[in-house]
Design a binder for this molecule. Structure first.
Ligand SMILES: Nc1ncnc2c1ncn2[C@@H]1O[C@H](COP(=O)(O)OP(=O)(O)OP(=O)(O)O)[C@@H](O)[C@H]1O
Ligand SMILES: [Mg+2]
Length: 249
């Protein structure tokens, strides 16, 4: 089931303030792309939303339920990190089946589910391969299958295609959009690539330099012409990168 995600006045300080105050909501079934300069707190924000990291202030809610780091909640949150984080000593299907264990699924069903999701990301026939025997793009697909297999209410993706070449990247963009259409998940996707965001996001959120706030929230509904949107976002990110480099530390 797709859900609504609400980020309300979320802020984070480490030694220095990283995220000042960020609020936005992601509607059920929306594909939100998060952009912003290096080090402005995108990964940190994703980790806070996923309940992997406590916020210094503010709150995250999924369909009204508060997500607090370290506290159990009812929501299933799938995360795809920049690296695939597969276990090299397990086959692709065992890697995916492993995350289904805590859900109390019987072993045969776990395997069947793992195979189904590997098929969904285009890895049919490679189920019994070890991660070291498939390409980087295929490993990343397996990581996406693993995140999808738990049937997450929300799917968080942190630059999942960062390590891929341009060709594989385009293929994966198409795949993720297809999966999104087929499964109707609520997706929050971090990327550095502006064209990628404009290509796949239904909403684009540009964060400012650290300590970050929302610089711009754009509904990508085709009202602004694609090339102009890319141009505007490029200008914005350049300004924020310069602002961040001008500031300490
Ligand atoms: N555990 C931590 N302890 C202290 N500082 C941290 C910690 N994690 C992240 N930071 C700092 O928080 C800031 C934001 O980091 P984060 O990884 O969220 O940025 P980002 O926007 O994802 O950057 P990138 O675009 O490079 O992926 C950085 O300055 C980083 O040094
Ligand atoms: Mg990051």
């Amino acid at each position: 089931m797709a859900v609504k995600l609400v980020v309300e006045d979320v802020g984070k300080d480490y030694l220095i303030p990283i995220i000042d105050r960020v609020s936005f909501s992601v509607d059920a079934g929306e594909f939100l792309c998060l952009l912003g300069p290096n080090g402005c707190g995108k990964t940190t924000l994703l980790r806070i939303i996923g309940g992997l990291e406590p916020a210094t202030r503010g709150a995250v809610g999924i369909d009204g339920e508060l997500i607090v780091a370290g506290r159990p909640h009812q929501r299933r949150i799938g995360v795809v990190f920049q690296e695939d984080r597969l276990l090299p000593w397990m086959t692709l299907e065992d890697n995916v089946a492993l995350v289904l264990k805590p859900l109390g699924m019987p072993a045969t069903e776990r395997l069947a589910t793992a195979r189904r999701y590997l098929g969904l990301v285009g890895l049919a026939g490679f189920e019994t391969y070890y991660p070291g025997r498939v390409s980087g793009g295929m490993r990343q697909r397996a990581a996406i299958a693993r995140a999808l297999a738990i049937e997450p209410d929300v799917l968080l993706m942190d630059e999942p295609f960062g390590a891929l070449d341009a060709q594989n990247r385009r293929i994966m963009q198409r795949e993720v959009r297809r999966i999104w259409r087929e499964t109707g998940r609520t997706i929050l996707f971090v990327t550095h690539a502006i064209e990628e965001a404009v290509e796949i996001g239904t909403t684009l959120v540009m964060l400012s330099a650290r300590p970050s706030r929302i610089r711009e929230l754009i509904r990508n509904d085709g009202r602004v012409e694609r090339l102009k949107l890319i141009d505007d976002l490029n200008t914005m990110i350049m300004e924020e990168v310069e602002r961040q480099q001008g500031g300490a530390p």
